[in-house]
Design a binder for this molecule. Structure first.
Ligand code: 5AD
Ligand code: SF4
Length: 343
């Protein structure tokens, strides 16, 4: 079948094989048709509301050494920080007063907070009536359970790539299978589970991306966040070209066709590579934006990649900008907490 027929089929049946996905990704003739189909599916299943999640970057301390990431432990060009629990709560209070209903707590993967400390923070945020998404990396089952028991609702852990050879190459000392196990544990514990991948990693092929998409489908991810790899001069991948904006939007659109009712963010990395990146993403399947509410002086140190947007603007301005984008395409900020299926 031709790409256009496959897009139609996916829009109706929400299923594609790996080779069918590749036909869509390789062929640029039908991109507008693909984006429109994803936009229609998004509208039909999760509506016109865009969910805003307030992102707090708790700490840039990381014990891992991922080849693409500026927070990797071998990067000595980065001043490290860790918010105090009081600083976290101050950011939460500000986010709530700005109207956010979900707080995302993200950090490098290290023992930044003792489990009891994290539990205390989660409990305090839940007491404010907010939903909580965690993105703290690979933890033990016991830690995931403690966070869940304290009230955490969702967890983001990107698989990054399902090509195990590339995974091994880019993640020294890490184990692909442990990452999959973590995702399974999160599911068992009753979290809404988010995952995702990088698009345009060195050596990554369209066949790999097709497998990434099928992996999201196989584990029935509740959220999928993906974006282009952006080359970072402070990492071993400094000589490698960044991924393509367009390809990452295409992968995202196919994810929407196959997983029609999930939450898909228009990611910061997309906007960092293209001035209208998030607006374009919102019109090609995305229904979530995660504006940064971290205090500005810390935010400038959470440098995963160069050119990261929103480093200089206040929490208020950041939200205003996002609301402008949303309104400019006749969408609105959703009023509920935005669990899967717009619940
Ligand atoms: N380019 C794009 N995304 C990156 N991430 C880390 N480094 C980069 C980079 N150089 C992403 C990873 C991680 C998320 C928090 O940031 O996918 O899961
Ligand atoms: Fe650490 Fe995550 Fe960056 Fe890897 S991607 S170095 S785990 S912050």
């Amino acid at each position: 079948m031709k790409a256009i027929d496959l897009i139609q089929k996916a829009q109706a049946e929400h299923n594609l094989t790996a080779s069918e996905i590749m036909t869509i990704l390789v062929d640029d003739c039908c991109n507008d048709y693909l984006f429109q189909a994803a936009d229609e599916v998004r509208s039909q299943y999760v509506g016109e509301g865009v969910h805003l999640r307030a992102l707090i970057e708790l700490s840039n301390v990381c014990s891992k050494d991922c080849y693409y990431c500026g927070l990797r432990c071998s990067n000595n060009n980065l001043e490290r920080y860790r918010l105090s629990p009081d600083e976290v709560m101050a950011a939460v209070v500000e986010a709530k007063s700005e109207g956010y209903q979900t707080i995302v707590l993200q950090s490098g993967e290290a023992d930044n907070f003792a489990t009891a400390e994290m539990v205390k923070i989660i409990t305090a945020i839940k007491a404010m009536g907010l939903a909580i998404t965690l993105s703290l990396g690979e933890k033990t089952y016991g830690q995931y359970k403690a966070y869940k028991d304290a009230g955490a609702d969702r967890y983001l852990l990107r698989i990054e790539t399902t090509n195990e050879a590339i995974y091994r190459e880019l993640h020294p000392g890490m184990d692909f299978h442990n990452r999959v196990k973590c995702l399974e544990a999160l599911r068992t514990l009753g979290y809404e589970v988010g995952t995702g991948c990088l698009v345009g990693l060195p050596q990554q092929t369209l066949a790999d991306l097709a497998q990434d998409i099928l992996f999201f489908k196989e584990i029935n991810a509740d959220m999928v966040g993906l974006g282009p790899f952006i080359s970072n001069p402070d990492t071993p991948l400094r000589e490698q070209p960044s991924g393509q904006f367009l390809l990452s939007i295409k992968v995202m659109a196919v994810v929407r066709l196959l997983l029609p009712d999930i939450n898909i963010p228009a990611t910061t990395a997309m906007e960092s590579l293209h001035q209208d990146g998030r607006k374009i993403a919102l019109q090609a399947g995305a229904n979530v934006i995660m504006p940064n509410v971290t205090t500005i002086n810390y935010r400038q140190k959470y440098l995963l990649y160069p050119g990261k947007i929103g480093l200089q603007v206040s929490t208020k301005q950041n939200r205003q900008k996002v609301v402008e984008i949303i309104n400019s395409i006749n969408r609105f900020v959703a009023e509920n907490q935005g669990f899967r299926g717009n619940k």
